[in-house]
Write a protein that binds this ligand. Structure first.
Ligand code: GYE
Length: 325
């Protein structure tokens, strides 16, 4: 039977509805309009330029607005990030900005914030919508369309190699929304070309050294590799180091493509080592805080607020080097 929201709502008391499934539905907690706010930002880790740029953007914007920013760094641990969120709840912040490291383990902390009357805005990464929903358990998700990023890289690569490649894929953090969706976008898109084949796909946790190690192992197992698709630039740069250590010439023997658009990657394009990268903008501050103010003003927000991304290759890398993060 098709269950619609309408036939699921059986009771409605003070904005709280009880669904036929037994699960209570209610909007995320409201946010008061105030002169200043105490705002939580629970970062996942600080081990790459993308994260550092995101943190700087959030800090700069909070400073500009004169808001107090409670900042934590989960040091690559979803468990620590959950306890960071819980401690922000205990400190009574007005609102929490969260890039959930993985898409399931942060859900209980998000629901705790809701229970405590603190709205959560997800930035940069989303959670599993089967467990928590935008417009219900949290306000909205602001970020790039990761499926589309994967598709754009796939299309660019297929064109560059004339539909013929034996590919190693380096995945981001297991269970993170960008890793899930960049894989889905790319893997589904290349099915259009019968000559595009993924030899191996393994996580490098979005980290440069892990990417290097995994690429080294996979290149040994698959010496016939002609292309590497990394879910972020840091792993692509690690893979380039692995190729060079193996006596291969990146850009000639093996073509490397990735996502993010960090300065080192843009430089690697100029140097001919990286072929292309789809931008993923980390500068969330202005949009995150303006969204928060719109929410406080009672505006109806969409469940998803999309960041738009550029695409860099040898044609435009020089133009964007100075502004890249
Ligand atoms: O691509 C990566 C970072 O969540 C979109 O996480 C972000 C990704 C970004 O560590 O470099």
């Amino acid at each position: 039977m098709m269950i619609t929201r309408r036939n699921m709502l059986v009771t409605s008391v003070a904005g709280v509805c009880v669904l036929a499934t037994g699960r209570a539905w209610s909007a995320p907690p409201p946010l008061k309009q105030k002169q200043t706010y105490k705002v939580g930002f629970a970062q996942t880790e600080s081990n790459n330029p993308w994260r550092l740029a995101e943190t700087a953007s959030m800090q700069d914007e909070a400073k500009k607005l004169g808001y107090q920013l409670v900042y934590t760094d989960a040091a690559s641990s979803a468990a620590k990030q959950a306890s960071d969120v819980n401690s922000m709840i205990a400190q009574g912040v007005d609102v929490i900005f969260l890039p959930p490291r993985e898409d399931k383990p942060l859900v209980p902390a998000i629901l705790n914030a809701k229970k405590a009357g603190i709205p959560v805005i997800l930035i940069d990464r989303d959670v599993d919508h089967a467990l928590a929903k935008p417009g219900e358990d949290y306000v909205t998700f602001i970020g790039s369309d990761f499926v589309e990023e994967g598709q754009r890289v796939a299309a660019w690569l297929a064109k560059a190699v004339n539909g013929q490649a034996k590919i190693i894929e380096l995945e981001g953090t297991t269970g993170s929304s960008p890793a899930n969706d960049r894989k889905k976008g790319f893997d589904d898109a290349i099915k259009q070309w019968s000559g595009m084949q993924i030899l191996a796909s393994q996580t490098g946790d979005f980290a440069r050294d892990k990417g290097r190690q995994v690429a080294e192992t996979l290149l040994q197992a698959h010496p016939e590799t002609t292309a590497i698709y990394a879910h972020n630039d840091e792993m692509a740069l690690g893979a380039i180091a692995a190729l060079e250590a193996a006596g291969k010439v990146p850009g000639k023997d093996v073509i490397v493509v990735s996502i993010d658009g960090e300065k080192d990657a843009v430089q690697a394009i100029i140097d001919g080592k990286l072929a292309a990268t789809c931008e993923c903008n980390p500068r969330f501050g202005p949009k995150a805080f303006s969204t928060m103010k719109e929410y406080a003003a009672g505006e109806k927000l969409p469940a998803y607020i999309k960041n738009s991304d550029s695409f860099y290759d040898s044609k435009n890398a020089k133009d964007v080097l100075s502004t890249a993060f």
